[in-house]
Ligand binder design. Structure first.
Ligand code: AMP
Length: 204
């Protein structure tokens, strides 16, 4: 299964993607995590990325598209993948569609996590507190969240109609309890829980 987790920052995309990876083996591809890792490299590119991440703006489409194009070809994606944080612009969406068509595949579902904006501010505040001093993401604060939400509304949300037209969008109430959100996602995708084999060895 090839999925996109969609929704504003703090909606729970990462948490739910990780759960689906553990339960079904679809590889979670978090572009935010990949970029944070690269930003620590101490290289010129790393330093530039660090600045963009801290500002809450988007990294260029060219970088993002080539990162994902290389990543989905890796063997750990052969049983499926979950794009967590990609695509975020119309250009990324078109590029993804083209790269998948060339491989004779497509996106099976776009899971849209719907969460009230007040709740997003609370969650980001909690995420920063839990991570503690020095460990917190530099972009997990109310001011940057406001910018990230604006970017989400201006650049990312407009890609949804493309997937609505394909009939693959699943809207999920992201305000529910975490386990209920997972259950709702599984139901929307027709997934019925991990196989016995996977329960015995979830890291497979
Ligand atoms: P996230 O962890 O998904 O909230 O992403 C953190 C930051 O990484 C975003 O605010 C962007 O600066 C950058 N980023 C992640 N994914 C993308 C993407 N697909 N396109 C552009 N920038 C991205």
């Amino acid at each position: 299964m090839q999925l996109i987790m969609f929704g504003p920052p703090g909606a729970g995309k990462g948490t739910q993607s990780a759960r689906l990876e553990e339960r079904y083996g679809y590889k979670q591809l978090s572009t935010g995590d990949m970029l944070r890792e690269l930003s620590k490299s101490g290289t010129e590119l790393g330093n530039q990325l660090k600045e963009v991440l801290e500002s809450g703006q988007l990294v260029s489409d060219d970088i993002m598209v080539s990162m994902i194009e290389q990543r989905i070809q890796q063997p750990d994606c052969k049983d499926g993948f979950i794009l967590d944080g990609f695509p975020r612009t119309e250009a990324q969406t078109k590029a993804l569609d083209t790269m998948l068509s060339k491989r004779g595949t497509t996106i099976d579902a776009v899971v849209v996590m719907e969460v009230d904006e007040d709740e997003l501010f609370k969650r980001i505040e909690n995420r920063a507190k839990e991570a503690g001093e020095g460990n917190a993401r530099a972009d997990d604060n109310a001011e940057t969240l406001r910018k990230r939400l604006k970017v989400y509304h201006d650049e990312t949300a407009p890609v949804l109609p493309f997937y609505v037209a394909k009939g693959v969008v699943k809207r999920i109430d992201g305000m529910a309890q975490m386990d209920d959100v997972t259950a709702a996602i599984e139901a929307s995708l027709g997934l019925t829980g991990p196989s016995d084999e996977r329960k015995a060895a979830p890291g497979m």
